[in-house]
Design a protein around this ligand. Structure first.
Ligand SMILES: [Zn+2]
Length: 140
C-alpha cells in the first residue's frame, strides 16, 4: 500500500497517511502567518487514514472558538489544524510530509502579505551560502 510519511523537526512525532488526502491549499490567514510563515500549506485527511507512530510530544493550542492547532512541544513544529468538535478530519501541514501534494488554491487570500512571484525570484537548489545577506530591507 502506498503511504506518505510525516514528522516534526525532531522526529518525536511521526505518522503515516494512507489511501487519500485533499490537494494542498495555501492559507494566508493571520493565525497561520503567526504560527507558520507568511502563508501555510495544508492537506486534509480523514482521521481513519492517519496513523500515528509516535505522538507523545504532541500538544494542542486552541487558536479560535472552533479550531485548535497541533504542535510538537519539543521542537515547536506546527503540524496539525483541526475542528475542536469534529473527530472526522484533520489538516496536516504539507511541509511535514515526505512527498509533494499538488496545490489546488488559496484561502484567506485577502490577507496575503507579500506580492510573491516565485518565478521572478532568484533560486538556489540548496543553501545560498550567505548570498542574500547583503540585501537589507529598510523598515518603512
Ligand atoms: Zn518535534
Amino acid at each position: 500500500m502506498k503511504k506518505i510519511k510525516g514528522s516534526c523537526l525532531c522526529k518525536k512525532i511521526t505518522f503515516e497517511i494512507k489511501n487519500e488526502c485533499r490537494y494542498s491549499v495555501f492559507c494566508h490567514c493571520q493565525m497561520c502567518q503567526a504560527s507558520n510563515a507568511e502563508f501555510s500549506s495544508y492537506t486534509k485527511v480523514k482521521k481513519e487514514n492517519l496513523n500515528f507512530k509516535s505522538k507523545k510530544t504532541l500538544k494542542w493550542f486552541v487558536s479560535s472558538k472552533h479550531y485548535k492547532r497541533g504542535f510538537c512541544s519539543i521542537c515547536g513544529s506546527s503540524l496539525f489544524f483541526q475542528k475542536k468538535s469534529s473527530d472526522d478530519y484533520i489538516s496536516i501541514s504539507t511541509g511535514t510530509l515526505n512527498k509533494n501534494i499538488p496545490s489546488i488554491g488559496h484561502i484567506f487570500y485577502k490577507y496575503k502579505k507579500s506580492k510573491i512571484n516565485f518565478s521572478k525570484l532568484k533560486k538556489f537548489p540548496q543553501s545560498a551560502q550567505g548570498y542574500f545577506d547583503k540585501f537589507i530591507y529598510r523598515i518603512k
